[in-house]
Ligand binder design. Structure first.
Ligand SMILES: [Zn+2]
Length: 428
């Protein structure tokens, strides 16, 4: 047995981000990092949760300056690790000031480091605009963060707000883990749909779009997204968050993807998703998928992906559970909520089977499926899915809040109502 090296707790770090030029794809940041005289190593987040790889956009970090007590401090890039910076804190100093700029990409291909802003909206991912002391655990550091947005822009985030003034939005002090897990979405054309009116646990669908017209969601579709909240609650049987905020960015000028967080999700889709039936159908499983991730991925996470900071490599041997189970449950919730009808769901199942080479379906126009044993499932008939129980030894609880979701084994998806009744344990 090997003891884990002690990690020192660090006093609160001040982070000020000026996003008033986000439309020009520039973010300015200033950090005040408590430090003692002597050698200090600062690092830029490299392994980004939910992206499962070393995708921290270090090549877009520019203009780094470090100082203490008003004096410039020379810094050196580590000769091996590009995300690591070395400096010497001068005698008499008790903190280091760092200023830096982050240049947002224009490339729409990729995840959070891809295109994230336009003339009328933008998303701030905190991992792109900060450094932290090497060797400090993400849940042992506290960040006190202030954000300035362009004039007239509205915003949404799961990050608790402490106050607002002419100097910007001041957020409550949180751990680095919570900060990086809580991006901010902002824009001119903004609307928040309450998906659980009257509930003690708020669920909000926050939307920014390139136009006010794109926000005109029908009452029927709003009802389907509210159903998603109800069906997720039924499925998991517990809350493990204080509130949940979908951060839905609708633009053809940003990257399109979803990135899960514990109390929110960063969802980026085509501009007309909420007003074009076909686009909505194509993206219907995105929000359910990311909401499932709040449980499978955040509240519960494979041990290999539960790293102490953002420099430790993630081990992805259980990624198939993290993503595979989430993909399945997300599509189940898309169907149960009504975002997909039965035909759409069974067609998606058939397409997935075809994609992995399984010969158990016929073309979608016939709207029927064959099981692995050759048994035909008629149009509108039941499709039984088996999910193996997850061994608890491979999972660690995350630290943010309480609750105890169920780890069920089986679900039945039927034409008559996508019920949650258990089925006999059997494979096809
Ligand atoms: Zn996923």
């Amino acid at each position: 047995m090997t003891a884990r090296p002690a990690r020192s707790a660090v006093a609160s770090i001040q982070l000020n981000v000026d996003a008033r030029e986000i439309s020009r794809r520039v973010l300015h940041a200033q950090l005040e990092i408590p430090a003692a005289p002597g050698p200090l190593t600062l690092v830029y987040p490299k392994w980004i949760p939910g992206e499962h790889g070393p995708t921290g956009p270090i090549t877009d970090l520019v203009g780094i300056k470090m100082s203490a007590r008003g004096q410039t401090i020379p810094w050196r890039r580590d000769p091996v690790e590009t995300c690591v910076f070395h400096l010497d804190v001068p005698a008499g100093a008790n903190s280091v000031e760092v200023t830096l700029d982050y240049l947002l990409a224009s490339d729409p291909n990729g995840f959070s480091s891809a295109a994230s802003s336009s003339a009328s909206l933008g998303v701030v991912s905190w991992n792109t605009v900060l450094l932290y002391p090497q060797g400090s655990a993400a849940n042992a550091m506290t960040y006190s963060t202030r954000l300035q947005l362009p004039e007239g822009w509205k915003y949404a985030t799961a990050l608790p707000r402490a106050g607002e003034s002419a100097n910007g939005i001041q957020f409550q002090s949180v751990s680095l883990e919570t900060l990086i897990d809580s991006p901010v979405m902002a824009g001119i054309h903004f609307h928040t749909f309450d998906l659980s009116p009257g509930s003690q646990t708020p669920h909000r669908l926050n939307v920014v779009a390139e136009s006010a017209a794109a926000l005109e969601m029908t009452a029927a579709d709003q009802g389907r997204f509210s159903n998603l909240v109800k069906e997720a609650n039924t499925l998991f049987g517990a809350h493990h968050y204080r509130s949940y905020d979908f951060l839905l960015t609708m633009s053809d000028q940003v990257a399109h993807f979803g990135l899960e967080h514990h109390e929110s999700s960063d969802d980026r889709v085509p501009e007309r998703m909420l007003i074009d039936e076909n686009i909505l159908k194509g993206w219907a499983s995105l929000l359910p998928h990311e909401m499932v991730h709040s449980w499978n991925g955040k509240y519960r996470r494979p041990a290999g992906l539960t790293t102490p900071d953002y420099q430790a490599p993630m081990k992805t041997e259980l990624l198939w559970v993290y993503e595979g189970l989430t993909d399945y449950l997300g599509e189940v919730l898309a169907a149960r909520s009504g975002l997909w009808d039965v035909t759409s769901y069974t067609e998606r199942l058939a397409m997935s089977a075809d994609a992995i080479g399984a010969r158990w379906w016929t073309p979608p126009m016939r709207r029927s499926c064959f099981t692995r044993r050759g048994r035909k499932v008629p149009p509108g008939g039941a499709v039984r899915i088996f999910i193996p129980k997850v061994r608890s030894s491979g999972w660690k609880p995350m630290s943010q809040s309480g609750g105890r979701p169920k780890e069920n084994g089986r679900w039945t998806i039927s034409a008559s109502g996508f019920s949650a009744a258990k089925t006999p344990r059997r494979r096809w």
